[in-house]
Design a binder for this molecule. Structure first.
Ligand SMILES: Cc1cc2nc3c(=O)[nH]c(=O)nc-3n(C[C@H](O)[C@H](O)[C@H](O)COP(=O)(O)OP(=O)(O)OC[C@H]3O[C@@H](n4cnc5c(N)ncnc54)[C@H](O)[C@@H]3O)c2cc1C
Length: 399
């Protein structure tokens, strides 16, 4: 490649924005293209574990995020009816001493804004919906809905579950609807009466759950996200409004802690939970994928964005260690060092068992993308689909 390679990142979600910030810190020439005209503070929270906080440290926003977020002392799992604590996973000071970074929960929009500010001014271009990508061999041509055309040497598809880059690599195929939806609501804690909530609790029954946590350091705002069976979903809709009545029906008979949240709700929306089986490839030619573009998952480990951000960090590491001249080799190294972990998180998320009992989460929270020894492509394991792997795991356990 002559001169400094131009890297185009498509999609300024958490994965794409992290990629741009990390690549810039290593001196790469990056542009970030986003279809949305602007970002707003959508009603959702997010967990940020030590595995992600170490990447935020590298970007330079660890302190800002620590100041912004809520620091749960434990992840509690509780029984839906009795409220009994069925698991208690230490976070707080334990996370700092054991994993070397904090575990926090935060408003997703606040986190995204902080990360976006870490990208150099002029890098992020809004209103740039990619409509076509052509790998011409020596360069990639990008066409946008506004009629503009740009060129890049490398294109990173961080464009989410309906990725245009994935479609270009593998053909059009909608993601799979899992048969579950997630209700999401954020509102002031002052609206919640009759129950004192811990900082982070998941309420479980056999077929549904409600995850609840504060999303600010001031503990003035609370967030819940559910997983509820729903046989069908109109795939033309990315979300729909829900209602307090719908929540009352879905959680009829549940503990007072859950009822207190439903009654305090201001506005609630519902989202389909989507997945894809592991892709046969993550790159071809000058195009490479990360995050939901290549491994969308149920959010039940609260690690979907974490996997996108870890991908961004590993891809940057591979660019630094293996260079960009032979990008095919670099992309193979990246995939070899990400596919197995991303698929494991996809599978456990699919099973929805994470931290329901007092299991050891070290393999997930203790991962350091900058320190983990790299494996060569030939040595990497081939991942199975989330559902197939879950069935196989059950069969093995039963045998
Ligand atoms: C209910 C729910 C709760 C969740 N909770 C958590 C949690 O607590 N912790 C966690 O880690 N994860 C969580 N996740 C998962 C997480 O939201 C996703 O895994 C994560 O957002 C994926 O990041 P991404 O950057 O790969 O994709 P996205 O966040 O989807 O970003 C893709 C970006 O690309 C843009 N784009 C798409 N197409 C184009 C185009 N053609 N041209 C230009 N731009 C384009 C989009 O506008 C978007 O900004 C949750 C998910 C759900 C549904």
């Amino acid at each position: 490649m002559q001169g400094k390679p131009r890297i185009a990142v498509i999609g300024a979600g958490l994965g794409g924005t992290a990629a741009a910030a990390l690549l810039q810190r290593e001196g790469f020439n990056v542009r970030l293209y986003e279809q949305a005209p602007a970002f707003s503070r959508l009603g959702a929270g997010i967990h940020v574990g030590p595995n992600v906080m170490k990447i935020m440290r590298r970007i330079g926003i660890e302190d800002g995020l620590n100041a912004m977020g809520c620091h749960p002392d434990y992840w509690y799992s509780r029984d839906w009816k009795t409220g009994e604590v069925i698991a208690q996973i230490p976070l707080g000071d334990y996370a700092v001493s054991h994993y070397g970074a904090t575990y926090l929960t935060v408003h997703r929009g606040d986190f995204h804004a902080l990360l976006t500010d870490a990208v150099a001014p002029g890098t992020l271009l809004f209103d740039k919906k990619l409509t076509q990508v052509e790998d011409l061999g020596d360069v990639v041509r990008l066409s946008f809905a506004d009629g503009t055309v740009e060129e890049a040497d490398i294109v990173i598809g961080a464009d989410g579950v309906n990725s245009k880059i994935r479609e270009t690599l593998l053909g059009a195929e909608p993601p799979k609807y899992t048969g579950y939806i997630a209700h999401r609501a954020v509102f002031p804690i002052s609206r919640v009466k009759g129950f004192t909530h811990d900082r982070c609790t998941k309420w479980w029954s056999d077929d549904r759950h409600m995850m609840v946590y504060f999303d600010t350091g001031k503990l003035d705002e609370i967030y819940y996200v559910t997983g509820v069976p729903e046989p069908t979903w109109d795939m033309s809709k990315s979300w729909l409004p829900s209602s307090i009545d719908e929540m009352r029906a879905a959680f009829d008979g549940w503990h007072q802690g859950v009822q207190s949240l439903i009654e305090g709700t201001v506005e609630v929306t519902k989202w389909p939970l989507l997945e894809r089986d592991p892709l046969p490839l993550w790159s071809r030619g000058r195009l490479v994928l990360l995050g939901d573009a290549c491994h969308p998952m149920k959010p039940h480990m609260a690690q979907g964005a974490a996997m996108a951000i870890e991908d961004a960090a590993m891809l940057t590491r591979c660019f630094v260690e293996a260079g960009l001249d032979d990008f095919g080799t670099t992309f193979a190294l990246y995939e070899a060092n990400r596919a197995e972990r991303a698929s494991k998180v996809q599978r456990v998320s699919h099973e929805n068992t994470w931290l329901r009992s007092n299991e050891n989460p070290d393999w997930c929270f203790g991962y350091d993308v900058f320190e983990v020894p790299l494996v060569e492509p030939a040595a990497a394991a081939v991942p199975a689909s989330p559902a197939t792997a879950a069935t196989a795991a059950t069969a093995t356990a039963a045998a």
